[in-house]
Ligand binder design. Sequence first.
Ligand SMILES: Nc1ncnc2c1ncn2[C@@H]1O[C@H](COP(=O)(O)OP(=O)(O)OP(=O)(O)O)[C@@H](O)[C@H]1O
Length: 919
Amino acid sequence: MNSLTWDLTLAGLAVGSAAALTGIGLIVTYRATGVLNLAHGAVAMVCAYLLRQFTVEWGWPLWLGAGVTLLVVAPGIGLLLERAVFRPLAVLGSDPVQTLVASIGVFVLLVGGAALVWGQGAHADAPQVLGDEPWGQLAIVLALAAGVWAVTRWTRFGGELRAVVDNRPLAVLGGIDADRVASVGWAFGSFTAGLTGVLLASQVRLDPYGLTLLVLQVIAVAVGAGMHSLPIAVAVALGLGVVQAQLTRLHPSGWAEPLLQAVGANLFVVALLVSALVLPGIGGRDALPRTATARIRTPAGVWVVAGVLFLLPLGFAGSDLHTAIQVPALAVVLLSLVVVTGRGGQISLGQAAYAGLGALFTALLAAGRFPGLPELPPLAALGVAVLLVAPLGLLTGWPAISRHGLALALATLAVGMGVSRFVFDQPYATSGLGIGRPAGFGGDRAYYVLELALLAGALVSVSLLRRGRTGRALAALRDHQAGASASGVRVPHLKVGAFVAGAALAALGGGMLGMGLRAFDPAAFDPVRGLLWFAAVVVLGADSLIGALGAAALLVGLDAGTRGGVAAAVIGVLAVLIGRFPGGPYEAVRAVAAHVRGPRREVRLTARGEAIRARFAARPRHAIHQETGNAPGTGPEGQDPTPAPRASRTTSGGQRAETSVSGAGPQGGAPEPVRPTRSAKATDTPAGPLTAHGLTVTYDDFTALDGVGIEIVPGRITAVVGPNGAGKSTLFHCLAGTVRPDAGRVEFAGRDITRLAAHARTRLGIARTFQQLAVFPSLTVEENLRVGAEQGRVRDLTAVDRTLRLLGLDGPVRHHPAADLPTGTLRRVELGRALAGAPHVLLLDEPAAGLDTAEVAALSRVLRALAAEGTALLVVEHDLDLVAHLADTVHVLSAGRIIASGPPERVLDTAAHAGGGDV
Ligand SMILES: Nc1ncnc2c1ncn2[C@@H]1O[C@H](COP(=O)(O)OP(=O)(O)OP(=O)(O)O)[C@@H](O)[C@H]1O
């Protein structure tokens, strides 16, 4: 090996071993706590600053400074984070996304804090702890990896760690102190972060952003190792380090040279893109923090105050006005997050990339430097830039189709970093690109007026989007993806659409920001901004227009009015506290007020929910029935346990009257049909039987269904019973389109629909309910049903009213958010959502679960009426009494095969012997 190759290899090993340290720390913390600590780089940066403070500023000996930083401060930060931030979240049972937001909060808090304490400028005098040769670093990495491996494998603590990772609640029940395991994980992870920072500080410029971002992109190493394998993480890190160094030797000619240089300089970002976009994602939960889904109605007065505050800068002058110009532009960028994250529930850490592309394209178009397009006036350039950036929303929209939670967070972060490194950091973008303002809007005041007009347009558009059919579908997607799909929402299209709309809005805001500053500034759109903006929108109420305006004003105002970094620090503190105040800042204020008044109040409810619950709680039970439209004894919450006789199923007119639990019927006027009618397009598919032929499903080597055939006929109720594990749910999923069989086919009205997606089946008229309730808690009862009707292509929305009446949901409860309603009511809401789409076939998975006797009786009346009107019903149920009373045909499933079929009186004995239900 010649000396250049050798020198480059050594340099690569130095970088690679620092990356390996980060990988080890991230994996250990993740395995011990389930938290992907995005703040790892920020902890590294703070430790690097502290070492410099101790040694350069205070003159401590290097060994002392390094010892205190690594052995006291770094683990101390980890312990503090565990105790103050993440343990309370774990106690509250937070999901991974909430902890992700908290770790972003810690990230921006530390970056903001460092900027406040040490300033934003770079330092080149950080001390070097180890020599130039990488051997010391390598030895540390290998020793740490081997030590962690040995501890997890051979010690009692390792066993506890594995138990906590496998199942924390079970481990706690088994007497393991999960908090201690988490503390050790955090302390160790933080120690490795400190070590990374201390080792890298002398090799890169030390500023709050540079080192932090460097370490952030190294997440690739841990993600590439599946957040699990230390040897793979170390090997990937060292390999990437060496390859990155060796690439600097290659000098191809032509266009390949800048590309190779960019790849060589950013190999870890390439690895992050590959590991986040190509490898299977880690984490799978989709839920947003509750604050994002909290339903908060903004009082009109708040809008008036916001309007006045946004008009105030028109009276400003000089630098104040120049600073204020950033607020409307940033507000438009943040509105993009309201669409994508707040409404659609999709995590997007890469919105800064779209904003930056908007600014960059505007600059290039206005300067006539955009390939293939002529020079355009500034406003036209802005419009064309928005149109060009919108389809790029696919960059994050595409991964969002199959990724959720942490995996989506990483994918969007990777895209943000990739765009920043491969587009914004390139010479053509950094060499002083100016952006002119439109004619007549050159002055700051005039330009501010233009911005207000654009902001108003954006607000109206987003408001219309949120209120309309698409907005309801987005909220349904956010609240319960499978439920949305079952309602007929085309989930992949909607996700891509949300990201495209978000990219367009972000580009508009970014272009406005660039025009305001009269230049494209890549630093204004670096990935740290993306994290800061995401955190700001989430903590101020992600699905709130006023929250976006407030966040923009806060971010610009705090930094301008104080020192740079204050805004990040404040947002960081709020994000760290987010899990403690699930309803966001509004609920936090309410909680504090309630605390001052007395301990009675719960924090979980919005004011509206609280008021309604209080009203309900204050009344006797029969009053609630009247209020919700149920006469006692008639509705699902009524008191009449007497089931209607089976014979009454054969007639339809009288049946309708009996079934209308709202009390409407012949006595109350003309009888109305139970089923809504479908639109012309939807009725293209005629009603017909849903049949399964020879369905076989295997999970690994286990055969869950073995050649099952079943027919669900219009006008009849078919039931499937069987013991636990018999394959009932698998059969149900095959019919609903959520599991694809390995063999066999599903037909609807003679058409093969085996390969049809769940939402497409709903649109054909095959609706379903879920064993675990699938309602949309942030939508009202009525809106839940509207989603079903709109997505099921029922044009006549009076169908919603009829269904509400049928199910006794047409009282005040119709305007109540579905969150916080009792299970019996929610079952009706879910059934109503399915019925509102006017299905030909209704698949019900344990519809009686959680219902009391009266509710079950009322439910069976509704189901019988539906059958009498021609709906084909399938009921998978454990309650054999209900099945005996309800079903026309029963199939008994056992070990994946149908062992008996026929009328209930003939086959239910077989079911009872097979252990198929509760009689
Ligand atoms: N995704 C999966 N991966 C592996 N095995 C699975 C999966 N889903 C189901 N199984 C197995 O397939 C068998 C049938 O499961 P299924 O849920 O269909 O039964 P079931 O009759 O609905 O049971 P239960 O009444 O308990 O819900 C069970 O042994 C179950 O453990």
